[in-house]
Design a binder for this molecule. Sequence first.
Ligand code: ADP
Length: 407
Amino acid sequence: MEKENNPDLMMEELEIENKLKKFRNTIVVLSGKGGVGKSTVAANLAISLGLNGFKTGLLDIDFHGPSIPKLLGLEKNEIITDEKGIIPLSYGNNLKVMSLGMLLRGQDEAVIWRGPMKMGAIKQLIKDVNWGELDYFIIDSPPGTGDEPLSVVQIIKKPTGAIVVTTPQDIAVADVRRSINFCNKVNLPVLGVIENMSGFVCPHCQHKVDIFKSGGGKKMADEMGVTFLGQIPLEPDIVSASDDGRPYVYFYNKSDTAKKIENIINQLLKNIDNAAPNPKTQTDEHSKEKLPKNFKRYAIPVSEGKLCLHFGHSENFVFIDYDTDKNEIVKNITINPPPHEPGILPKWLHEQNVDIIIAGGMGERAQKLFSDGGIHVVSGANVEKPEKLVHDHVNGKLIVGDNICDH
Ligand code: ADP
């Protein structure tokens, strides 16, 4: 039956669409074949994004062997549902995780999946899981260019793009060419190629040995005109960390290899910003404005017209542009913030070109997130009208007391 005539299908599509609207970026992690470290990359990418304050979702739909629960040490956790649907598992404050493996009862049970069942399972894992608002939704796709990655693209419709994971040797690289051709065919932007298991540095003599050769991924990426994101070496600690359910970038964050992974992720985020702008929000116009050098933009969380002491739960934000040459307020607008989710406000306020935040209370960690983004935070201000707070601040008269909020 055509979708137009089938209310159930139309309803399902609408439900999926509503879920996807809340994801700012969706990234599909692909590989030409199994065993190249695709799930390891997906898990460490998601963990790293979460640690950096981004709201992140990780969905494992590897029908041939869902391994994310094991990699994150979550395989014993039970699935719980409430009236809003399936509650995803949490890893730290910002990462939500769901896997086909969690829907299957026994890890060792072989499941025979037929095509439509696969499509149905993927849809269910998006629509019935309470993901909430996400900055990044990472999908660990099954390897190859078969039905499953195709289903993902059909369901998500417009993912931000794909990361292709490969190993350096020729065969794996030939497989990855097929993955890139697949992306081109289905209009899925390739955000970059990662060459995993690229060389091994002997822990005793520090000599580098290219066990699976090295550099193949880069050569192939150059030839195919896609971005090469970088190399991750063969790292014995990755194997033991994965086996023990202790994600590598979390437990070995000071290691050289973790730093390499971090660089790859930074490069990836740059590519996402350049290649695929986020969906427009009500504040796009405001954020696009170029402020003259003599203007300072203040952001103040308010409730009932006055400063709200609890930063993350304010009704609105008042943005005040102050002309430091003329010593006057030139613009004062009120905008609804995105829903309260840790990690979203720093990004959002940064996008609004804010220079200074005046807040009642704010935890140290949050203050650091803002200062890393170039925003100065003045905390401990009193419940006053935003205009008065700004005037007092520029005139050096702002009274700040104890920082009463510490989370
Ligand atoms: P895939 O998802 O492509 O099938 P996995 O992520 O499950 O691959 O990785 C396969 C195996 O290789 C796992 O045992 C994993 O710990 C290991 N592995 C992945 N990347 C590395 C690496 N850079 N160094 C050493 N072992 C790795």
